[in-house]
Design a protein around this ligand. Structure first.
Ligand SMILES: N[C@@H](CCC(=O)N[C@@H](CS)C(=O)NCC(=O)O)C(=O)O
Length: 195
């Protein structure tokens, strides 16, 4: 299988963590910049986004679909099992995905060339979502199962914030989440840290 990913993408990181933790062999990671290798990616994913997984049967996207696919085929669904009959966990999952969207959108605003083309309104709105969402996760993560897709998404989100938005200083606002992150020690985390 071939996985199109990028070093920085938090969505791709979830998949990079997952296949390592499932012990899948034969995954070739192809690192691309979605904004530069557009033609290559668009052949596989009309949206031109990473992650995208090429299997013998199909081209799979987005990260939620790929995570389900890998878990179903190699993990007997154990990374998603807790979400199936617990709406609270399913909502946490949606919240994590939405917070990644806010963090990536905030990055896009920050990289706009001209200061004048940056939207103060959207920057503030994304920051607001991130602070409210992290506060919610700080209380709910206490009841998550030890391993599972929620934990992978939270690692990917928090370390993306460290990487792209250190000025948010999320550890100061959310020490519980900071302690939670310190307890995550699987070797796949070090191996996939954004750079
Ligand atoms: N909903 C998608 C989001 C993927 C996404 O937005 N990836 C970004 C990188 S962090 C990307 O490839 N952006 C390129 C673009 O927006 O054209 C997922 O969960 O996989």
């Amino acid at each position: 299988m071939k996985l199109y990913a990028s070093d920085a993408s938090p969505y791709a990181r979830v998949i990079r963590l997952l296949w390592r933790q499932l012990g899948i062999e034969g995954v070739e990671e192809v690192m691309v910049n979605p904004f530069e290798q557009d033609a290559l990616l668009r052949q596989a994913n009309p949206l031109g986004k990473v992650p995208c997984l090429i299997t013998d049967e199909a081209s799979l996207y987005d990260s939620q679909v790929i995570a389900h696919y890998l878990d179903q085929h190699w993990g007997q669904g154990r990374f998603h099992a807790a979400l199936a009959d617990d709406w609270g966990l399913a909502v946490d999952n949606a919240l994590l995905q939405g917070l990644m969207d806010a963090a990536v959108a905030l990055r896009v605003e920050a990289t706009r060339q001209a200061e004048g083309s940056r939207s103060a309104f959207w920057c503030q709105r994304h920051r607001h979502s991130l602070s409210e969402g992290l506060a919610k996760l700080a209380s709910s993560s206490e009841r998550w199962p030890d391993t599972g897709i929620l934990s992978l998404r939270l690692v990917a989100l928090l370390e993306y914030l460290d990487f792209r938005h250190p000025e948010l200083a999320w550890r100061t606002a959310q020490p519980t989440l900071a302690r939670w992150l310190e307890r995550q020690t699987h070797p796949s985390i070090e191996a996939t840290r954004p750079r």
